[in-house]
Design a protein around this ligand. Structure first.
Ligand code: GLV
Ligand code: GLV
Length: 310
């Protein structure tokens, strides 16, 4: 029997699929495993189903041993996976594109609405039992109609966000590698009232939003990040907000997850959510089932549905 190791809880539908292809061992720990624990846990595995908080690299493959055939990341982003190191050992790598596009675009748009309409502030005001009354000048936000949304990274999720923004009457500009109609990144920053990040985390996009990029944004602009934390320099973002260089930010992902830059935690012009982009029952099930199908395919000697090539 093949040994299939799952580094953290996954929905039952996916476990059932995996169980048809081998013995499934799911980590009982209700937390990310440390690298040492992870390496010990994967020993002897034919397949590893991993999470975005796991470092899935050559050291993990060596700890698993020569039987390891497939590493299935339950995420579309695979910055946590050393694809060349695994490919060099003949190990297939898969991710979960497509199934989380709408859920992530919904959350990005939810954050965009929350930050521009000051919903977090309003919630905190009520919960702190602060007296208030309807007032024409009270907690005014920024309207979206006729405003420009800059989408950085125009892949499946970026396009799905554009669809939603069009329905709200926004103009779209986008930047990214080799997309028709994309504008240069500098132009996008200068034109956008809201900048939403949908590029993968790569060496090129690490700290793409740094002090200079924040200064290049409009003074009244907002930043939304639902991709990966390190695309934004969080300290530079806190500086820019303190200096009034932009109007606000909404973040679902963080540079040193699960930690959040303390200066951002204290700010009313920042909306925060704990990496919930794909967090619906339907989507998380679809992601885990896709990862399981990929594992089953590779163990049966077939091509997986969504392979990541180096
Ligand atoms: C979630 O962040 C993912 O990459 O799927
Ligand atoms: C606002 O609540 C309105 O009725 O205009």
């Amino acid at each position: 029997m093949a040994k299939i190791v799952v580094t953290r809880w996954i929905p039952d539908d996916a476990v059932k699929l995996l169980a048809e292809a081998g013995d499934v061992v799911v980590s009982p720990a209700d937390r990310p495993l440390t690298p040492d624990e992870l390496h010990e846990f994967v020993a002897g595995a034919d397949a590893v189903v991993g999470m975005l908080h796991d470092r899935l690299d050559g050291a993990l493959a060596d700890a698993a041993g020569p039987g390891l055939k497939v590493v299935a990341n339950v995420a579309v982003g695979y910055d946590n996976v050393d694809v060349p190191a695994l490919a060099a050992r003949g190990i297939v790598v898969t991710n979960t594109p497509g199934v989380l596009t709408d859920a992530t675009a919904d959350l990005a748009f939810g954050l965009l609405l929350a930050v521009t309409r000051r919903l977090g502030e309003g919630e905190r005001l009520l919960r702190s039992r602060t007296p208030w009354s309807f007032h024409l000048g009270f907690l005014l936000g920024s309207g979206l109609q006729g405003k420009t949304l800059g989408i950085v990274g125009y892949g499946q999720i970026g396009r799905a966000v554009a669809k939603r923004a069009e329905a709200f009457g926004m103009e779209i500009v986008h930047s990214g590698r080799s997309n028709r109609g994309s504008v240069p990144f500098e132009e996008l920053l200068a034109r956008s009232d809201v900048v939403s990040l949908h590029c993968p985390l790569t060496p090129e996009t690490r700290h793409l939003i740094d002090a200079a990029a924040l200064r290049a944004m409009k003074p009244g602009a907002y930043l939304v990040n639902t991709t990966r934390g390190p695309v934004v320099d969080e300290a530079a973002l806190a500086d820019a907000l303190e200096a009034g260089e932009i109007a606000g930010a909404a973040l679902d992902v963080f540079e040193k997850e699960p930690e959040v830059e303390p200066r951002l935690l204290g700010r009313d012009d920042v909306v925060l959510s704990p990496h919930l982009g794909s967090a619906t029952v339907e989507t998380r099930t679809a992601m885990a089932v896709l990862a399981a199908r990929n594992v089953v395919a590779v163990l049966a000697g077939r091509t997986p549905l969504t392979e990541v090539k180096p």
